[in-house]
Structure formats: C-alpha cells, structure tokens
Design a protein around this ligand. Sequence first.
Ligand code: OXD
Length: 299
Amino acid sequence: MKTLLLTHPLPTDVFAQAIHAIDAQLPLLIYRPGMADADLVDVQAVLGWRFPDGVAARLPNLRWVCSVGAGVEKLLLPDLPKQVQVSRIVDAEQAEGIAQFVVLMALRHARGLADYEALQRRKQWTRQPMGAVRSRVGVLGMGAMGSAVARLLRTVGFEVSDFSRQAGGSLDALLGASDIVVCALPLTVETTGLLDARRLALMPRGSYLINIARGAHVVEADLIDAVRSGHLAGAALDVQCHEPMPEDDPLWDVPGITVTPHIAAQSSPHTIAAQFVRGWHDLQRGEAPPNQVDRVRGY
Ligand code: OXD
C-alpha cells in the first residue's frame, strides 16, 4: 500500500525527502501525468495540494487524503469517494506567521507607510496627519488562523471584532464598522465570492482589506473597482484567484493593492512530513489520522 505525492506546484522531492528522513520505509509514489491505472491501484493515502482532473476517481483503494496546507478545498472534489477521510496540516507556527503578516500589513496601512515611501522616492520630507492608533479591525473567520490574527492585532493595539459562521452575528454590520477587514475564512460554497461589490460598498470610505485566506473569497473585479474609485484605500492580497498570477492579471497594476505570492506563512516540509507520517501510522493501525475536516462543511 502506497502514498501518492501530489504536491505540485510545491516541489515534490522536498516532501519525499522530509518523509523519508522520518520513516525511510514509508512507500511513496510521485505523481506523473499519464500514470497507468495499474500504478495507482495500490494507493491508500495522498499527500497533496490539488487533484489533477480525474485522478481521485482512479484510486480504488484510497482511504485518506492529507492536504499539505491548512486549506483543503482543492482536494474536496465531487469525485472523491465519500468514505475517504480528509485532513489538513495544523501548525501553530504557521498561524503565528500569518498573524505577523497581517499585523505588518495592517500597521503599514494604518500608519500610511506607502505614502511615506512615495514621498521618499520624490525626496520630500513632509509630515502627514497621524492615522488612528486604535483602528477598528474586523476579522472574518475564527479558526486557527483567524484566532491567532485577532490575538496579535489586539496585542499591538487594534480594536478587534470578529465574525464566524458558528458564532453568528451580522457580517454586514461588522464590515460597516471596520477600518480594516481581514479575511481568514475557509473557502466553501457559501464563502466563495463573499466579498463582492455589495459587501465592499458596506466598508467605510478609506478602509482597507487584507486577504490571507483564498483568492476566490473576493470578487477581484469588484475589488479593483472599489479601490480605483477611491472607496477603499487599498488591499493586501496574499492570495489571488489565479495562482501563480499571470503577467496580464489586472491586480498587478492597481495603485493601493499590494500583491504577495501566498507567502504570509508556510509550514516547513519537516512539520508537514511529521504530521503526515503520524497519520500514516494511525491509518495502518486502523485509527483515524488527526486534524480531519468535516467533508460536508468543507473545513
Ligand atoms: C494554505 C497553506 O492552505 O498555505 O493556504 O497552508
């Protein structure tokens, strides 16, 4: 019984080495396009980021899929048989790293750093009125990431409110009362396209969006309009609808929008390998691997 590594676009060799450094006997198969059904028949587990089209349905003995990341939406495909268990990596250090990134971007916006950088390029030593030191931040999603983000934002002095589906509350009211909105939601059918023209219009004039979740939470064309019209001051997008972003993606050139390539924080290959190997041994003993997601809920 084998594990199929499907980590593209992340490098597969790094994960293979990290797994074999912990358990040299763990049987690995690296996915290549065009693999025959006979190669796939012994696959019992997958460590992956996304399924290429049709592959999930060609794994008759699959029992467990483990995401290399915190999110699982690219693995939860309709052709994944119902009995397959799906889990994700839970990494406190990654959550802390994401929180640091959000604080960095929130402070950069709240303290007007982009303006000072522009002034420096023009050799202008000009003081601007100081922004609020206690800006109101609305955090959407209070899972492991959102909770770490909210904690660190409070520590540096932001006034934080939050929204999560489980706790309830009014998303629209929160958007209307936030100088900065942070999206830390899982991507599900309900949250896809959540931040559209209507909801962005609810945010106060001059407010700012930080997205560290998934590009598809935001209707990017609506965000671009909201920023270009001056309604929003801008956005920091660590995630985008098209990753890697193509050269002609309109997000590249919008003044006020900062784009980073999904680097807010990454788990180390060692952390991912250690959680995967533990789960693999659980599976061999007939136990459930850790950090399973609810397949119906999507997270
Ligand atoms: C993710 C990750 O799921 O980077 O986005 O872990």
